[in-house]
Design a binder for this molecule. Sequence first.
Ligand SMILES: [Zn+2]
Length: 305
Amino acid sequence: MIDQRLAPQQTLAAEVRAAGVGLHLGQQTQVRLLPAEPEAGRYFVRTDLGPNLKSDSQSDVRADSADLLAEQRITADVGNVIKTQLSTELGVGNAQVRTVEHLLSALSAAAVDNVRIEIDGPELPLLDGSAQEWMAAIARSGISPQPVARKRRMAVTQPVTVQIEDAWVAAFPSSELRFTYGIDFALAAIGNQWHSWSAADSFETEIAPARTFGLAPQIDYLRAQGLIKGGSLENALVCGENGWINPPLRFANEPARHKLLDLIGDLSLLGDIPQAHYVAYKASHALHIKLAQQLAQSCPFLVSA
Ligand SMILES: [Zn+2]
C-alpha cells in the first residue's frame, strides 16, 4: 500500500467545462474546472461578480492595485460553510456558492487536491443529480502530479459523535477509510436502507452514479420555501406514496448511496478526510458539517518530517 503522506499533490491536467441548472435556485450556470498551483486547495471563483473592489477605493488612490483587484476565492474549507439547508453553501465576503457537495465529492474521491473552479452564478449545476458527469469531466481532463507532498490529517484515534434527536454521524478509529450510511423513511419504496463503501473500492462505479432523491409529498412545501426550483424528474429521483415516480433506479439502495456521496463531499471540506470509519444514520448536511468542524480540531494536519 502506498504511504499517502508521501504521495504528491495533484491537480487537473487541462481545463474542462460543464453547464446546467442548479437544484435550489433554478439558475443556469457554466463551470470551468482549471489546474491550480500546489497548496491552493479546491477553490471557487464567482466570475459573474468581478474582482473584489474595496468600498473605500475611491478615497485611497495610492492603494496597491493588485490588492484592489484581488479576486475573491471561496476555498472549499469547513470554515467557509454558511448554510446547510438541503445543500451545502460556502461563502467568503459577499461571494457565495451553493450545492457544492457533489462536485467536491468527485474531486476528493479522484484525489484532485488543487483545482480552480470558476462559476458564473450562485449554484453548481445539478447535472443528472449524481457525481457521474463530474467524474467524467475529471477523466476527460486527466490528473497531473505536482512536486509537493500531499497534506494529511491525523487519523481518528477515538470515537467522535454528533447527534440531533435520532439522527447522528460518528467517526470511529479504523484501519481503513470507510463510510457507512443508513436512512429510514416512512415511504415504503425507500424504507430502511444501508450502504457501506471503502475508499479502496471504486467510487466511480459504486457511488458516483447515485442520484439526488426527493419525496413527492414534500415538493410543494419546498417550492413554497423557494427551494428546489431547478429540481425535475430528469435530475432527481422522486418517491411517492405508491413507489418511485421516475424509475428505474441505478442501484436498489440508490438513496443510501447518494447520502454517502453527500457525506464524502461535506467531509472533503477538511482538505484531507481523516482515516476513520464514518457511520451516519438519518443524517443531513448540517450534521455532516458539525462532525467536520469537530474533526478539524481533533485531527490536525500532520507536520511532515
Ligand atoms: Zn446530494
